[in-house]
Design a binder for this molecule. Structure first.
Ligand SMILES: *Cc1c(COP(=O)(O)O)cnc(C)c1O
Length: 375
């Protein structure tokens, strides 16, 4: 389907083409200097000691769990109001996801409900900074400390976010990011994690590439030397090609975030006047990364609103229908509707509207006109 008003459009262009061209002109296509440059700049951006570039956020989450020796028999507390990747990474590590309900006005993991879900098997809390707004990391960190748990942040939506002075990765054990096709920073498919823990970083580095003691680029640059495999690792290394696509975009982060904030304010102003439509709130002392622009549709069934918008040529998405109610989760863990009422209420009403930095403000007005008419 092609939409008059697309849900998302990337802003990659000449700078990225040129950067990729530079990689083509060099002998190293795989993980090498371009990846190292990206990692240094990304760590700097997040104010963390180390960054590791990988092939996806799912991989970054999986590696974080593996590096922390979290696996079979262990429980990881997370949110049902997220993309399935969050829970899948926990299961990939062999651990069990334990869901906790969310805050009604942000959709973020409700820190007040986490403690009652902690058992002797709990090893980590895995919050998701939903839509680009950080969770209450002060509360989650206090809980993690009191119970000796790791804190792994799913920051797939939240490269630019700040809350109470802290960015993703600055209070957690690791924070994991996605550069998937529709994310705020993108290289089509990619991811990264940041951490301040140097010993953990060294372990993650090994796990990223088969547990090998040398990379292909090192062998190509310094000449062949025998290498060893010291631990059982995975294949999650980012290539220089993806890193080249990411580097020029980093310079546009402040301007694009400003554009996202302007568009979000415009949506909020228009929608405030409409009965039966609610927007999520932003907590005090928070810089929202504004990855998505979701609304809650109370006035009419959400799916009826989807139909009207799509038939009017407007691209939309649902972020998200709760993970515990997917068929796999129901069949595997026996979840039934009613278990996480807040996430389920959001899942029935939430709708993401078209939203991307270079979206013309007229399009916001057009989308809001169609919503008003549907109501
Ligand atoms: C996109 C996304 C992921 C997965 O990212 P990949 O890079 O595709 O693995 C994980 N969590 C959330 C919340 C996401 O939106």
């Amino acid at each position: 389907m092609s939409f008059r008003i697309p849900f998302f459009r990337h802003d990659l262009g000449e700078p990225e083409l040129q950067a990729v061209g530079e990689v083509f002109a060099s002998p190293i296509l795989t993980t090498g200097q371009t990846v190292a440059t990206f990692e240094a700049r990304f760590a700097d951006l997040l104010g963390c000691r180390h960054a590791l570039a990988v092939t996806s956020c799912t991989g970054a989450l999986h590696l974080s769990l593996l590096a922390l020796d979290i696996g079979p028999g262990d429980e990881v507390i997370t949110t049902p109001m997220t993309f399935i990747a969050t829970a899948n990474a926990i299961m990939e590590a062999g651990a069990t996801p334990v869901f906790v309900d969310v805050e009604p006005d942000t959709g973020n993991l409700d820190a007040a409900l986490v403690e009652q879900a902690i058992t002797p098997r709990t090893r980590a809390i895995l919050p998701v900074h939903l839509y680009g707004q950080m969770c209450d990391m002060n509360a989650l960190r206090a809980l993690a400390r009191a119970h000796g748990l790791a804190l792994i942040e799913d920051a797939a939506h939240c490269v630019e976010g700040v809350r109470e002075g802290f960015r993703p990765g600055q209070t957690g054990t690791t924070a994991c990011f996605s550069f998937y096709a529709t994310k705020n920073l993108t290289c089509g498919e990619g991811g990264a994690l940041v951490t301040n823990d140097t010993a953990l970083y060294e372990k993650l580095r090994l796990l990223r590439l088969h547990g090998m003691t040398a990379t292909g680029a090192e062998r190509a640059e310094k000449g062949y030397r025998h290498w060893d495999m010291t631990v059982m690792g995975w294949k999650y290394n980012m290539s220089n090609i993806e890193a080249a696509i990411l580097l020029p975009q980093m310079q546009r982060i402040p301007a694009n975030l400003e554009r996202r904030h302007r568009l979000a304010r415009l949506y909020e102003e228009r929608l405030a006047a409409m009965k039966g439509i609610r927007c999520f709130v932003t907590r005090p002392d928070t810089t929202h990364a504004r990855h998505l622009f979701p609304i809650l549709v109370d006035a009419i069934p959400r799916d009826a609103m989807i139909q009207v918008l799509q038939e009017s040529g407007v691209g939309v998405a649902v972020n998200y229908r709760p993970v515990h109610l997917t068929r796999y989760m129901r069949e595997t863990f026996g979840y039934r509707p009613g278990r996480f009422p807040v996430a389920e209420a959001i899942g029935e009403r939430v709708l993401s509207l078209p939203f991307f930095p270079h979206m013309p403000p007229e399009m916001v007005h057009q989308v809001c006109d169609i919503i008003a008419e549907a109501l």
